[in-house]
Design a protein around this ligand. Structure first.
Ligand code: AGP
Length: 612
């Protein structure tokens, strides 16, 4: 959580840093701040900090623009210390200011020592100790880079740090451990940021820093060193995302834009992975040759939140299409016990950001125990792919809305490909079967476009139901993860209580909640679970629930039982999740928009959960 940006170059730093922060605001929006070094008087720092969203900082900077060509900025998701101006970053101590993303675990201990030496603290944040440690070293005559070296040696925990010093005119110093930090290599200017969208308008050439590394940024280049102080040489990567992909493109919210980008996200994720005659699936970078695929005893998928729902879909495809034992696990639970995994297990860590702390820890734990790790991630070279043996990237482009949509369907596409790959390598799918499935998969983006267009009127339904305080989402089999995902979308952006439930479990408890005030969203495609789901729909209808049915084609019986039927069109039953999820995302979006919540940055949430 939190987003940091740093700039050194020939231009005014403040507007560039603010623009970068705007693109990182999804990471946290409790407060924001900026520190810019000006050459005036041999070097001074101008620090501006505001509680609340970035707009308040922008307004403050507009009133009194700090002038200078290097600086750092921060947008905060509060961990230590409540959201306030006092706790906003960057803290400044003496001549140095620093921004931080992460959690310094030993901050109390260090703070006590520093207080014992007569230092006083202005905030409740863990970050302020970093500013004091830098100041302590600078006051003892260290250079800025040496001060950072000394500071990080005393810090335990996760951090991406960027520091600017009033007296060090030509450079900034950054350091990273367990929180993401990307260097952006410009032409005569350098950037550092927590995520790629912040630097995309200026450069597509990046170097992701590795754990324990530290870098000095000047106008002309970067110098990276490892934790032991040894120089590191690192290849520059080119990112093929366009800055426009990170803009709203005429939509009211990023989430709505991203919902509409879903067909393209699936197309791009499938692209180049299915051979022309459709009888082969190639997953370059996944490191799953035929022998490895055949040797697997089990696949364990670990993930959090929406990615977990994609993992649950993946489990069903791996079992049903590849015939391999599979289980989806919440990463936080997996890592919190003594899981039995070993060398014949493939552990698939599914994460949009590639940085989620629980998913990363689960992957590392499984790797320590001998399992093969495959990352399914959207962000190139993020921590989870780096901790894995192989990676299967989704190509959804930058997802800015905190509520995940296009990354979810891109994850579905990647996991469906994985199931087909394992199914063919293990002999479960013959050429004909594989060709039928791959052909259906390639038709999915077109079907998604039709389903989105067909359900754009869901806005009216959303208005009619927006005042209901409690919702139930039901599904069976492959539609159960979709029911969970629909409920999660509704609760996270509209703040309405919603439960996703396996429909078969309804009689074991939740049916007691049903009355005429409860909308029940039933995901009922015509698949092998259809009759049983219809039984559930009858049961909730008999108890006067307001049924919203999501199905693939018109059905007269479903129509009579439902207040509204949302049809999504047909595909192979196996792939119905790609379509049934769409009206649920749109419904949640329109309810939230009607209620006037902050759709793209819902309260208390952050896009990337890098703290436990
Ligand atoms: C999705 O709408 C959520 N905001 C959240 O559940 C998210 O999916 C979860 O935090 C996992 O993130 P990841 O995919 O980046 O690992």
């Amino acid at each position: 959580m939190c987003g940091i940006v740093a700039y050194v170059g020939p231009k005014e730093a403040a507007p560039l840093i603010l623009e970068g922060l705007r693109r990182l605001e999804y990471r946290g929006y409790d407060s924001a701040g900026i520190a810019v070094r000006s050459d005036a008087g041999g070097g001074t720092l101008a620090v501006v900090r505001c509680e609340g969203k970035l707009a308040r900082l922008e307004e403050a900077v507009r009133r009194a623009p700090p002038s200078g060509t290097r600086g750092v900025g921060h947008t905060r998701w509060a961990t230590h210390g409540r959201p306030s101006e006092r706790n906003a970053h960057p803290p400044q101590v003496g001549r140095v200011a620093v921004v931080h993303n992460g959690i310094i675990e030993n901050h109390l201990e260090v703070r006590r020592r520093l207080e014992g030496q007569g230092r006083t603290f202005a905030s409740e944040t863990d970050t302020e100790i970093a500013a004091h440690l830098l100041d302590e070293a600078l006051a003892a005559g260290a250079s800025l880079v040496e001060a950072m070296r000394r500071a990080v040696r005393q810090i335990e925990g996760s951090y991406a740090l960027a520091a600017v010093d009033a007296r060090t005119g030509d450079r900034l110093v950054v350091a990273k451990n367990a929180s993401p930090l990307i260097l952006g290599i410009g032409d005569g200017e350098m950037f550092a940021a927590s995520d790629i969208p912040a630097i995309l308008p200026y450069t597509n050439r990046v170097i992701p820093l590795e754990e324990g590394e530290l870098a000095e940024l000047t106008r002309d280049g970067v110098r990276i060193e490892d934790a032991a102080g040894r120089p590191v040489s690192r290849a520059v990567r080119r990112i093929d995302w366009s800055p426009l992909q990170a803009e709203k493109g005429g939509f009211k919210h990023f989430m709505l834009k991203e919902i509409h980008e879903q067909p393209r996200a699936v197309e791009d994720t499938l692209r180049g992975r299915i051979v022309a005659d459709r009888t082969g699936v190639f997953l370059e970078g996944a490191e799953l040759d035929d022998e490895t695929a055949r040797s697997l005893h089990r696949v364990v998928l670990v993930a959090c939140g929406t990615s977990f729902h994609a993992a649950m879909s993946g489990q069903r495809w791996l079992e049903g299409l590849a015939g391999v034992p599979a289980v989806a696990e919440l990463a936080s639970e997996f890592r919190g016990r003594e899981p039995i995994v070993g060398e014949h297990d493939l552990v698939v860590a599914v994460s949009q950001s590639g940085e989620t702390i629980d998913t990363l820890a689960a992957a590392k734990l499984a790797r320590e125990r001998g399992a093969r790790i495959l990352a399914v991630a959207n962000v190139l070279d993020s921590a989870i792919p780096r901790a894995a043996h192989g990676s299967l990237y989704t190509h959804a482009g930058p997802e800015i809305g905190v509520a995940s949509t296009k990354c979810f369907v891109a994850q579905l596409a990647a996991l469906a490909l994985l199931a087909l790959r394992l199914g063919s390598a293990r002999g479960r799918l013959d050429a004909g079967g594989l060709a039928e499935l791959t052909a259906a998969l390639l038709r999915i983006p077109g079907r998604m476009r039709e389903a989105i267009a067909r359900n754009s009127g869901v806005e009216t339904l959303g208005r009619a139901l927006a005042s209901a305080p409690n919702w139930l989402y039901l599904g069976r089999g492959r539609s159960y993860p979709i029911a969970l995902e629909g409920a999660l979308k509704l609760k996270e952006i509209s703040y309405i209580h919603a439960e996703g439930y396996a429909a078969g479990e309804m009689k074991h408890g939740p049916i007691a909640l049903i009355d005429r005030n409860v909308p029940v969203v039933a995901v009922v495609p015509h698949d092998e679970q259809f009759e049983k789901m219809m039984g559930n729909v009858h049961e909730v209808h008999a108890r006067e629930a307001r049924v919203v049915a999501v199905t693939d084609r018109e059905d007269p019986e479903l129509r009579t039982l439902s207040e509204e039927v949302l049809t999504v069109g047909e595909t192979l039953p196996a792939f119905s999740p790609f379509l049934t999820v769409l009206p649920l995302q749109l419904l949640a979006y329109h309810i939230a928009d009607f209620k006037g919540t902050d759709v793209d940055q819902p309260r208390n949430l952050a896009k990337t959960v890098t703290v436990e």
